[in-house]
Each structure stands twice: as C-alpha cells, then as structure tokens.
Design a protein around this ligand. Structure first.
Ligand code: A3P
Length: 323
C-alpha cells in the first residue's frame, strides 16, 4: 500500500526532524534518538524497523557497533550459511561486497516503503547497527550475533572511515574534517555515531548473559586470534554446524581464508574507490583499511589511551565485561 507507506514515512521524517541534531561528524549528521546518537539519515528507517520488522525465528540478525568488523562478520556468516550452494572458486563473495551479500536493515527500510521480508528465503541473514534498546521486541524471536571491538581501535577505525567518507562524498571543495583530538573527545563523551559506545555494548552483553541461546556475543580481537574456532561457534549458533566430513575436508579453514582481510581486500569489487553520492554510500574500499588489532598505538597518545581505558573501566564496572 504505497499511500499508507508514504504517510508512515512522512510521520517518521517529521518526528526525526524534531530530534536534537549534531553536525560535527561530517559528512553524516547525527540525531539523538532514544539515548543514542544515530546517523540522521537512518532515523526514519530505525522507526520503521521498530514498528514493522518481524523476522522469522529461523532468520539471523548480525548486529555490530560501527567499525567493529561488520564486513567480516557478514562475509563469514554468509559463506557459512550458504556453503552448500556455492563453490569456493565461483563464490558470490568474489564478485559482490559482503554488504551486497548481507543487507543492512537500516538500508532495506530506507526506501519509504515497508519491505516484505517474508518473501526472502528462510533463513535470511540481516545486519544492523541498532543498539539493543532500539530493537523491536519482535527481533528477539530470531537469533542475534553481536560483534564488538576494543573501544580504542573502534574509535581509530571510525575516525578514518569518516575522513574517507567525507573526502569521497564531499561535493564542496572546502568541507572541513573533524580533527582526531576533537573526535576523540566526542567519542569519550559518547557523542559519536552509534554512541555512547559502552551503553551499546552493555545492552547486547547483558542480553547474551540472560539468553545465551538467542544472543551470541563475539569480540573482534578474539576472532582475529582464533578465527577457526570462532567460526565453528558461529556455525553452530546459526544452526548449521560443520560436519565431521567438512571438518576433515578443511571447509572451516577454507571459509576463514575466503573471508580473510587479505583475501577480500584484494578483490576488484572491494577495491572499488567510487562512492555513491546519490545514497551517500562510502566506497567499498573504505571498509578495508588495515584489519589489525591494536592499531590505536599509531594514533593515540598514552594519555588518550589511559583516559579512554579509565572511562571504559568505569562504565563497564560490575558487568563482567572488560576490554
Ligand atoms: P580498521 O579500520 O581498523 O582497519 P566495519 O566492517 O564494522 O565497518 O569495520 C571495519 C573494520 O574492520 C576496519 O578496521 C576494517 O579494516 C576491518 N575489516 C574489514 N574486513 C575485515 C576482515 N575480513 N577481517 C578482519 N578485519 C576486517
């Protein structure tokens, strides 16, 4: 019903336009929505998801904090779930970006039409950057995989991504960037895209303790350290464990290799430097920077690191989670 959807989206846009706005993270404005700083362009979509996303119990929702390894998790989950449909030599991940293989809910709900997701094959993998309190109750019927990353590396990755996005999406000559120190202060105060960082992580952490069969909590650093055993865990959780035969044939290792940073980054489709100005989409290459643990040492002073660590310790105190 096109007319109904138009009305729904117009009312969401009106509501979104009244929320507090923050413009320092160029090229994307943020708005304060239900205690989180969300990209303004996706707020009507968030509202639509909250009211109209009804996944099937078989569906899988990948949730991440921005710059925590979303691209990697998408690739691993897609390759694992669909391993019986494709060969490694002619795999969709060789000619499509992981973001094309696993869509963001925020994009699916961005087109001023409520999408009918039930027509998609079951199970379907979706991704989202939504904080836990913003997820609709209905999302809890499917399985959720949450991935987070050390806040110092998350921040450094985020800052670079915004710089890349600003440069590639800017239509003006003099669009000014956000200085690293200023960005750091804002991140530390929770005023960063998707922030506050800690509230977001804690939401999923607590839910994973409450309902471990529904929420799998993963960490980038641990996955980098031992991708094979984490992939086994992921496969079990999403309902398609590797068989003894597959283990023997090295399928787990093959998927890890296919989805590795070095492999994906070198593919033509992921090397693409062209942004899409129309829908403000940064270039595929901006999702592959260094793919290292601890790169923050090259950008943050010791005082900055200590300050962020102290905030993290205080915010996560008593939760059983630490970085
Ligand atoms: P760096 O900027 O530290 O290099 P997201 O996918 O959530 O946007 O996160 C992007 C971060 O994940 C970037 O971190 C990027 O390089 C890294 N990344 C992308 N693909 C990866 C992969 N296959 N394996 C490990 N890290 C990956």
């Amino acid at each position: 019903d096109i007319e109904r959807d138009e009305q729904i989206y117009s009312s969401y846009e009106k509501l979104a336009s009244q929320l507090p706005i923050f413009n320092d993270w160029s090229p994307f404005s943020l708005r304060h929505y239900q205690s989180f700083w969300m990209p303004a362009m996706f707020i009507p979509a968030c509202m639509a998801i909250q009211s109209h996303f009804n996944p099937r119990p078989s569906d899988i929702l990948l949730v991440t904090s921005p710059k925590s390894g979303t691209t990697w998790l998408k690739a691993l989950s897609f390759a694992t779930l669909h391993r019986h449909s494709f060969s490694f030599s002619d795999h969709p991940l060789l000619s499509n970006t992981p973001h094309q293989c696993v869509p963001f809910l925020e994009s699916l709900f961005s087109h001023r039409t409520i999408p009918d997701l039930n027509v998609l094959p079951s199970p379907t993998i979706f991704a989202a950057h939504l904080p836990f309190p913003l997820l609709p109750q209905s999302a809890l019927s499917c399985r959720i995989v949450y991935l987070c990353r050390d806040p110092k590396d998350t921040f450094v990755s985020l800052w670079h991504f915004f710089e890349r996005s600003r440069i590639s999406l800017s239509t003006e000559d003099k669009s000014e960037g956000l200085d690293l120190n200023k960005a750091f202060q804002l991140f530390s105060q929770g005023m960063a895209p998707g922030g506050p960082f800690w509230d977001r992580v804690l939401g999923y952490w607590k839910e994973s303790l409450r309902r471990p069969e529904k929420v799998l909590f993963l960490r980038y650093e641990e996955m980098m350290e031992d991708p094979v055993s984490h992939l086994r865990k992921l496969a079990e959780f999403i309902g398609c464990p590797f068989s003894t035969e597959e283990e023997k044939n090295g399928v787990v290792e093959d998927i890890v290799k296919l989805c590795s940073f070095d492999n994906l980054r070198e593919l033509k489709v992921n090397k693409d430097n062209k942004a899409s100005l129309e829908d403000k989409r940064p270039p595929p290459s901006s999702f592959f920077r260094k793919g290292k643990v601890g790169d923050w040492v090259n950008y943050l002073s010791m005082e900055m690191a200590e300050s962020l660590d102290a905030i993290t310790k205080e915010k996560l105190h008593g939760s059983g989670l630490s970085f």
